[in-house]
Design a binder for this molecule. Structure first.
Ligand code: RNT
Ligand code: ZN
Length: 413
């Protein structure tokens, strides 16, 4: 049976429940994923050859890693060939394009001009992240909350420049750019004062966010702990959430940055009532914030369900954040993007109005019957059709393309 015949049958099934399948597909099309550039080269970047630090780590030594901008772009273009629809690319400051020896506090839009050109050619929008790790001035484990004023000021200048670059992206590409701030600051061992670094971080942020940019969505990414910062992180969830609400900024929730039993999906509705925007780092923690490739699991489904059921998609940026060097890096990207799209599609294929109504009628038996039965409907056939229609490989076929691409790199990297 052909992909189209199977699609038509699945479509009929969904329509019998009152689901508008074409509308679901259209919404998926209009929901870009912000792809993390750093999956391509194990968070190395092109700034200097500093080892990765800041409590994050990449394991594995799969060959064919991208070694320069040209190779990284080539790899991302390959990824874009294997997933339907247009997407965003999330860049880190250390992925700048310049031969000049400049400080991270001196970066300018011009150092990212070639990325904007590339983005225009590839129908991609750009997001940005200042890089406050893998640098001699972050080696004490503190940046914006360092008690050394020079260190703090250096990083304040860096983040200010980063926001300027993000605004340039937004302006050039006609789409507001998310500028997401994450800092590694924290203590390995129990601090005496939990307040002092947070006071300093607050002061730093006050300086950074004084300037308002029309084309930037500023987000603050919290973390519970990092490797080497097990006992305390300055930028905790409470710190950033209250700071964001008070200062009209937004937060970024990384799925690996909470206690293992906490559900990011349950936080979205609450926060959405008090901030204009939500940013997600969709990731997969395995025992800890291990940044595994996003899997099609309940955690992911719960997130997309929360976004779709409560109509939060319009105010949410869905970004990926993982880095796996133990498997083909293109596959790592593609698996995570396709899984995120599938989960979104599955959520979009629910008879939403009906379920809201059932809940309002307090018919909890009916609610559970529907929710459980919907889980086994053939959303995968709809996804296959989307791939086919958009000239993207259906099902397992993308593996062949990745294998062929890998063969083409032999002897070149
Ligand atoms: C670290 C944060 C952060 C980074 C990227 C590379 O724990 O999740 O988002 O992963 O900036
Ligand atoms: Zn993250």
């Amino acid at each position: 049976m052909s992909v189209i015949t199977r699609y038509n049958q699945a479509k009929q099934l969904y329509e019998s429940l009152g689901v508008d399948v074409e509308k679901a597909i259209e919404t998926l099309k209009n929901t870009p994923i912000s792809i993390q550039c750093w999956q391509g080269d194990d968070v190395q970047g092109f700034y200097n050859k500093q080892a990765l630090s800041g409590g994050i780590s990449v394991t594995g030594n799969y060959p064919f890693k991208a070694n320069n901008i040209k190779e990284l772009r080539q790899d991302i273009e390959e990824v874009l060939k294997l997933v339907p629809f247009d997407h965003r690319l999330s860049l880190h400051a250390i992925y700048l394009d310049t031969k000049d020896k400049i400080g991270l506090d001196e970066i300018e839009p011009i150092h990212f001009e070639s990325w904007v050109q590339w983005a225009k050619n590839n129908n991609v929008k750009l997001d940005f992240n200042p890089t406050l790790f893998s640098h001699p001035l972050s080696s004490t484990g503190f940046t914006l909350s360092s008690n050394d004023e020079d260190i703090r000021n250096f990083w304040i200048r860096h983040v200010k420049q980063s926001r300027k670059i993000s605004n340039y992206f937004g302006e050039e590409l006609n789409s507001r750019s998310v500028c997401n701030l994450w800092i590694p600051d924290g203590y390995k061992d129990t601090p005496y004062s939990r307040l002092n670094p947070r006071k300093l971080l607050k002061e730093s942020l006050d300086q950074i966010y004084k300037t308002k940019y029309p084309n930037v969505i500023d987000t603050l990414e919290s973390k519970l702990f990092g490797i080497g910062a097990e006992s305390y992180t300055t930028g905790s969830h409470e710190f950033y959430l209250t700071y964001a609400v008070k200062n009209n900024l937004s937060v970024c929730l990384d799925a690996g940055h909470f206690h293992p039993t906490e559900q990011v999906s349950d936080k979205l509705s609450s926060i959405s009532l008090f901030t204009d925007h939500l940013m997600l780092h969709v990731s997969r923690p395995v025992r800890w914030d291990s940044d595994h490739v996003v899997s099609f699991n309940d955690d992911l489904q719960n997130i997309t369900d929360a976004l779709v059921r409560d109509e939060l998609l319009n105010k949410t940026s869905i970004g990926l954040d993982y880095f796996d060097a133990s498997i083909n890096r293109i596959a790592a990207w593609v698996i995570g993007i396709r899984n995120t799209q599938k989960a979104l599609l599955k959520s979009l294929l629910e008879p939403k109005e009906l379920l809201h109504q059932i809940e309002q009628e307090q018919n909890y038996t009916k609610r559970l019957v529907y929710i459980e039965e919907l889980k086994s409907l053939p959303f995968g056939l709809i996804y296959d059709y989307i791939c086919l229609k958009n000239n993207k490989p259906v099902g397992l076929d993308y593996l062949k393309e990745i294998e062929a691409y890998e063969v083409s790199l032999k002897g070149k990297r």
